[in-house]
Design a protein around this ligand. Structure first.
Ligand SMILES: C[S@@+](CC[C@H](N)C(=O)[O-])C[C@H]1O[C@@H](n2cnc3c(N)ncnc32)[C@H](O)[C@@H]1O
Length: 329
């Protein structure tokens, strides 16, 4: 058993029977919350900061803080406020159904500021967390070294570029971990994570897929210099590169998540306007037995509908798109 496999299986074993705390409102699964808490408790050393990108109502932050509060590092108090949590803290429309599902006690309207509510929710760990309001696209100033980087906010190409430029050069080689929370999700914007981790594959090694979740953990191997980081631009990718990128991604994640990861690739191809290649990809998926439903199928249909508006009926492109849609069900 490799050192990482043993590490992951110890963390998994600690999560049997885990229940999220009452005051924790989080979009993460219980497995992800428990992973963050146990990481904070048993693996975090205090060599660098913990950074939570996209903390929303502070659920991910609370899990990390609960673990760190209990850790040997915190008992030595080597670092004041070991956790920095970033968010815009501005409510958006898409958060409303999730808030309702999670029984968030307060109702928000789009545009509402929820910063002070997160302060209250994290009050029990006040001295440990620094909440940082702002748009990450604006590349906030960040000078500390980072031991653990939790990325749950990489929802656009400019944002992915900003995140790598600000935070990646601060990671500690042979020590830091980063988590790409969306890695196993089907949405085409997750291409940002697949492209980024492929471009930087010499600097990061996938070491753990948090069970029953979309989160993949990477170990940081080689130092990264800000001015040498690749600029991510979907327009510059070739079809051949896209095949290589997703080959790499499949090696980073458990087989049970290959379906959504491959759908992300297909939807990214449709978005790029590569109808013929997407058609071939859908045929491969269908032959391998992948079928989609729920949000995945709805998002696929929406992406196909959008491209169908570009092509007149009876063109090859329209036919390829329609057949692609039919093969996913
Ligand atoms: C999926 S949610 C995070 C969920 C959270 N980690 C939890 O435990 O529930 C993504 C968060 O990223 C934040 N976000 C998205 N884009 C951002 C940006 N450009 N700058 C700062 N925060 C951003 C959103 O406000 C949202 O709270």
């Amino acid at each position: 058993m490799s050192q990482w496999t043993e590490w992951a299986s110890n963390l998994n074993a600690l999560c049997l029977g885990y229940k999220r705390p009452q005051d924790c409102y989080s979009m993460l699964t219980d497995n992800e919350l428990c992973f963050l808490e146990q990481y904070g408790r048993y693996s975090y050393t205090g060599a660098g900061k913990i950074v939570d990108l996209g903390c929303w109502l502070g659920g991910s932050t609370l899990a990390l803080a609960r673990g760190v509060a209990d850790s040997a590092h915190q008992k030595r108090r080597t670092r004041r406020r070991p956790i920095d949590a970033f968010d815009r803290f501005v409510w958006e429309d898409w958060m409303t159904p999730i808030g309702r599902m999670l029984d968030v006690p307060k109702q928000y309207a789009p545009g509402d500021d929820y910063f002070e509510d997160v302060e209250v929710l994290l009050r029990s760990h006040e001295g440990m967390v620094r909440l940082r309001r702002g748009d990450l696209v604006d590349e906030p100033d960040f000078r500390d070294v980072i031991e653990f980087l939790f990325i749950d906010a990489m929802k656009s190409w400019p944002l992915a570029n900003a995140i790598q430029r600000v935070f990646f050069p601060r990671l500690i080689p042979e020590r830091s971990l980063i988590v790409q929370q969306d890695f196993g999700y089907h949405h085409p914007i997750v291409a940002t994570a697949h492209v980024l981790m492929w471009r930087l594959r010499d600097a990061f090694e996938a070491v753990h897929h948090v069970p029953n979740s979309c989160s993949v953990v990477f170990f940081h191997r080689r130092p990264l210099i800000r001015r040498k980081l690749p600029r991510l631009d979907p327009d510059l990718l070739t079809v051949e590169e896209v095949h290589q990128i997703w080959e790499h991604s499949l090696q980073c994640i458990g087989r049970n998540m290959w379906g959504p990861v491959l759908l992300c690739k297909l939807l990214f191809m449709i978005e790029r306007g590569w109808e013929e290649e997407a058609h071939a990809e859908a045929a491969k998926l269908a032959a391998q037995g992948y079928r989609y439903e729920g949000a995945a199928l709805a998002d696929a249909r929406a992406a196909i509908e959008k491209r169908l508006r570009v092509w007149p009926p009876h063109t090859n492109q329209a036919r390829w798109l329609e057949e692609t849609g039919a093969r996913l069900e």
